[in-house]
Design a protein around this ligand. Structure first.
Ligand SMILES: Nc1ncnc2c1ncn2[C@@H]1O[C@H](COP(=O)(O)OP(=O)(O)OP(=O)(O)O)[C@@H](O)[C@H]1O
Ligand SMILES: [Mg+2]
Length: 151
């Protein structure tokens, strides 16, 4: 894993020998986000089921749109994280009716599960733990992205 603190350093990523590079951006760092969108083939906008999370994504949506408008090739989708199976709010976000951004939303949804917090805390992947449901949620994200030929 490498950490970059400036968008100007992003171009060095393109010369790396890797099949896939995953870049996690901080929520509030627009110049970094702009640089990441510029060099990315696929953008996943991870949102939690809450108004502020959805509203906060508007800035990144704008960056994606700007790239498309100038002829850039980028696939983008919202990915709902920390959804709970029971709350009205989660259900409303999962059904996509809130989404008026013109950017699609993956059918796959990540639940609110201890395994994800545990994996992150231990510096592990959820595939190192024994929560089959958590693993199958990540599998579903990958399957959906593969069937769209995004990865
Ligand atoms: N699906 C999930 N289930 C349970 N806990 C989660 C899940 N996703 C994230 N968390 C927990 O929520 C906290 C914040 O997660 P994370 O750092 O991924 O959020 P973030 O939105 O990227 O935050 P930041 O903007 O600070 O980078 C962590 O404690 C993490 O373990
Ligand atoms: Mg983060």
């Amino acid at each position: 894993m490498i950490a970059l603190d400036r968008a100007s350093m992003l171009d060095s990523i393109k010369s790396m020998a890797a099949d896939y590079i995953v870049i996690d951006t901080p929520a509030k760092a627009e110049s970094m986000a702009a640089g990441v969108v510029r060099i990315s083939n696929v953008v996943l906008l991870v949102i939690q089921p809450s108004g502020p999370d959805v509203w906060a994504s508007a800035a990144t949506v704008k960056l994606v749109r700007q790239k498309i408008d100038v002829g850039g090739a980028v696939d983008a989708a919202f990915l709902v994280n920390r959804a709970s199976g029971t709350t009205k709010l989660s259900k409303a976000i999962k059904d996509g009716s809130w989404n008026e951004y013109g950017i699609e939303q993956l059918d796959a949804v990540i639940g609110n599960r201890i395994a994800f917090a545990q994996a992150m805390t231990d510096g592990l992947s959820v595939y190192d733990l024994n929560d089959a449901a958590a693993k199958s949620e990540i599998d579903a994200v990958l399957t959906e992205m593969r069937s769209a030929r995004w990865v």
